[in-house]
Design a protein around this ligand. Structure first.
Ligand code: R5P
Length: 265
């Protein structure tokens, strides 16, 4: 692997081979999401627990301190919105010069396999990989399902991950699902798990992160279940213990409760 690519990857995947990304990119298509009105402010107390932030250029520039040390995975696809016709109508929305100017350690793009704009979406990934390879920039492909939640099966996600890997994605982000190990086994590049809407069961989040890693994911890219939690720092610390210290969900839950209760004291 070329030195620059290896160096960038080493910033976002730790020596234990695992990674913890904080997803803060929701505004690029869904606007001012609850608790993400100011992403920099939301992220600030969590930065010490995570390995990178996944963020679009707008809120990176306007709400993050450029002196921060946490690596940036830049969201570089867009062109759609929650109120538009079809979420899969996305393209690459950021130039390579801008990716380098913002000192991105990696970039992320959604890919809508099976969506209305499937061809455009897969070709956007392929072209982004070509451009990024010239500059040693890793590409994270996000297997996006749009509004079609029923697509979150091992069969569909396995297919989508493989398509992204074959187009040259460095890492693929997908959802945790039943028979998740089949998704990982069919994907020749590392897989990271995404989150989903906020759940009321904190232990459940820890359980699915733990299970995902046991079944082959190298880490997570999580958002709402961290920063919409009533104690985001406690949740981030607990997840860090699972991802990097091999803590069980139960041990992580104890960490969570301890920090949550001490912050109330
Ligand atoms: C994916 O494309 C989204 O923009 C988020 O990065 C991803 O869904 C992870 O965030 P959450 O855990 O809130 O679902």
């Amino acid at each position: 692997m070329e030195w620059g690519m290896a160096n960038r990857l080493a910033r976002t995947i730790k020596p234990d081979g695992h990674c913890f990304y904080l997803a803060l990119d929701h505004g690029y298509f869904q606007g001012p999401t609850h608790k993400l009105e100011n992403p920099g402010q939301t992220a600030q107390p969590l930065l010490k627990y995570v390995d990178a932030v996944f963020i679009p250029r707008g809120s990176l520039r306007s709400t993050f301190d450029p002196k921060m040390e946490t690596p940036v995975i830049l969201r570089v696809s867009g062109g759609n919105s929650m109120i538009g016709d079809d979420l899969s109508n996305e393209e690459v929305s950021v130039s390579i010069q801008e990716m380098l100017r913002l000192n991105a350690s990696a970039v992320g793009i959604s890919v809508y396999v099976g969506g209305k704009y499937e061809h455009q979406s897969i070709m956007a990934l392929a072209k982004l990989v070509d451009t990024c390879n010239d500059y040693g920039m890793p590409v994270m492909a996000v297997t996006a399902v749009g509004r079609e939640e029923e697509k979150k099966t091992a069969r569909y996600l396995g297919l989508a991950c493989r398509v992204c890997a074959e187009q040259g994605a460095t890492v693929v982000k997908t959802y945790y699902c039943e028979d998740f190990e089949k998704v990982v086994q069919g994907c020749p590049v590392p897989v990271v798990i995404a989150g989903g809407p906020k759940t009321d069961n904190d232990l459940e989040v820890m359980q699915f992160v733990y299970d995902g890693i046991q079944r082959g994911a190298i880490g997570v890219n999580l958002g709402r279940n961290i920063w919409q939690n009533e104690s985001p720092q406690a949740m981030a610390c607990a997840l860090q213990a699972i991802i990097h210290e091999d803590a069980s969900p139960e041990a992580a839950f104890e960490i969570y409760q301890e920090i949550k209760n001490s912050s109330k004291a």
